[in-house]
Ligand binder design. Sequence first.
Ligand SMILES: [Cu+2]
Length: 312
Amino acid sequence: MAGVPLIRFAAGAEGGVERFAVHDQAALGHASMIGDQVPAPGAPGALDSLLLPTPPLPHEPGRVREYRLQAIDREIEVAQGVHFAAWTYNGTVPGPVIRATEDDLLRVRFVNGGAHPHTIHFHGIHPANMDGVFEVVDSGDEFTYEFPARPYGMHLYHCHTTPLKKHIHKGLYGAFIIDPPEPRKPAKELVMVMNGFDTDGDGENNFYSVNGKAFYYAKYPIEVRRSETVRIYLANLTEFDLINSFHLHGEFFRYYPTGSTDFFEYTDTVMLTQGQRGIIEIDFHHTGKFMFHAHQSEFTELGWMGFFDVVD
Ligand SMILES: [Cu+2]
């Protein structure tokens, strides 16, 4: 989207106007963009269920992994004082993290409690009738998706009902992790789903985030230990913009595209189009606060930024 002052999108929102007057913060630079003064919605820990995945389970072919996803139309706060009429899975955008080990039998019961027809389309390998394209689930109906989880890697799921652009942008998507038969080495595991929100209905995003709340991880930096590998399951579900990106300050990381092979790139910046995803592994050399953000500067200033607080 064009470089429109952030203040415009907060106009009329309770208490939001002064807080989004970014030019007032220019003298402080990014020092003004960490901690309590950051205009981010949500309490400490509010995004933990989306950030912190459940632990991986050992390889046990045929084990059943059950999830229940419900489509719910719900207004959510995406930036401080700025609300968005979302279509959600289980009430959040992104939806819950779905996790299985390769060869588990994944069983997802989908209940459509929203006002529009929806589906769940999983990325990965599965039969055509489990693909969430032809079996549209009407409002009030339900459908159970069932297939062996494969291949291992970082995947995603999203609604595949037309108009697709609208159903995705409204918020019907989430992360889908399939663990390899041979476990990955222990790490501090995080999930980050990159997204955007068009809060004024003009077909362009006004806010960007990871896990649904602009500036959230600037207000509440993610504490990690220098001695522990940080593993991020990263996906891009941003609508309208061609690409999104992840950049880390002061450190390099291994990036495994899709996470389905041992191939990695050693870098500090990756870019992903919608639907692309991968696994980042960071071994921090230094303690301190390190910024992470989209390397589209505009996205950064519209909410897609945060900090790691690396401690010993
Ligand atoms: Cu839908």
